[in-house]
Design a protein around this ligand. Structure first.
Ligand code: ADP
Ligand code: MG
Ligand code: MG
Length: 249
């Protein structure tokens, strides 16, 4: 599904990613863990095509298509969804309106017809119910005055509506209390499926108790220094990053 080959990227002329190789199969969930400043968010920004992140070498293929050739909105159309550490607020725009625009933009770029208001609401209500969310979210402006947990749940709803081929979640757990964390994890787990690959980026092991990944990769100074199964996350929790990084050096 996703193949990252020898990815190098710079920010303001400084090389941050120094040769990342990563393959995620269809239906798999991989976790990227690493200390602060190791390049985790840079990787998610590079995948999204954010301004200021320059790829100097390497390839990112999604179902064989090079994402690096595509503009950010074309990547979304190709099936990439990114949930960020700090979700944006859009005061004055009701959540329902935002979701409808987003879903129809992606449908249009895929050559599918737009959903009308009735069709859209039917799909939306079903997803909201499936995720155990309240209809209350839909009437409010996008993320405005939402608590941390509500913003994250809202991102899971956005993801559910866009049905991406690749979902990247960057520190979706940061600032969440345990109930919100479980709710978000339940939502993400509900979206696991054979047609969807996920990259879950997290500093802490806690999230991975609830979203159990197929593979765990440790990022340090822009390189993946170790990969393993879910037990690697437990080892990191027990030993700390310093030991693992030293052992890999
Ligand atoms: P993480 O998400 O793992 O905490 P980041 O990807 O945010 O790490 O940052 C990786 C490194 O890149 C850090 O050393 C950080 O200081 C540097 N960096 C990130 N953004 C910028 C920027 N806009 N300009 C310069 N350096 C940056
Ligand atoms: Mg950070
Ligand atoms: Mg980060």
């Amino acid at each position: 599904m996703l193949e990252i080959k020898n990815l190098h990227a710079t920010v303001d002329g400084t090389e941050i990613l120094k040769g990342i190789d990563l393959s995620i199969g269809a239906g798999e969930v991989h976790a990227i863990m690493g200390p602060n400043g190791s390049g985790k968010s840079t990787l998610s920004y590079v995948l999204s095509g954010r301004d200021g992140y320059e790829v100097t070498e390497g390839e990112v293929l999604l179902k064989g298509q090079n994402l690096l050739d595509l503009a950010p909105e074309e990547r979304a159309a190709a099936g990439v969804f990114l949930a960020f550490q700090y979700p944006v607020e859009i005061p004055g725009v009701p959540n329902t309106t935002f979701l409808k625009e987003a879903v129809n933009a992606v449908r249009k770029s895929r050559g599918e017809s737009a959903l009308d208001a009735m069709q859209f609401l039917k799909v939306l209500r079903a997803k909201v119910k499936e995720l155990g969310m309240s209809d209350e979210y839909l009437k409010r402006a996008v993320n405005a005055g939402f608590s941390g947990g509500e913003k994250k749940r809202n991102e899971v709803l956005q993801m559910a509506m866009l049905e991406p081929a690749l979902a990247v979640l960057d520190e979706t757990d940061s600032g969440l209390d345990i109930d919100a964390l479980k709710a978000v994890a339940d939502g993400v787990n509900a979206l696991r499926g054979p047609e969807r690959s996920m990259l879950v980026i997290t500093h802490y092991q806690r999230l991975l108790d609830y979203i159990v990944p197929d593979r765990v990769h440790v990022l340090s100074q822009g390189r993946i220094i170790r990969s393993g199964g879910p037990e690697l996350a437990k080892e990191l929790e027990a030993k700390g990053y310093a030991d693992i990084i030293e052992a890999a050096a």
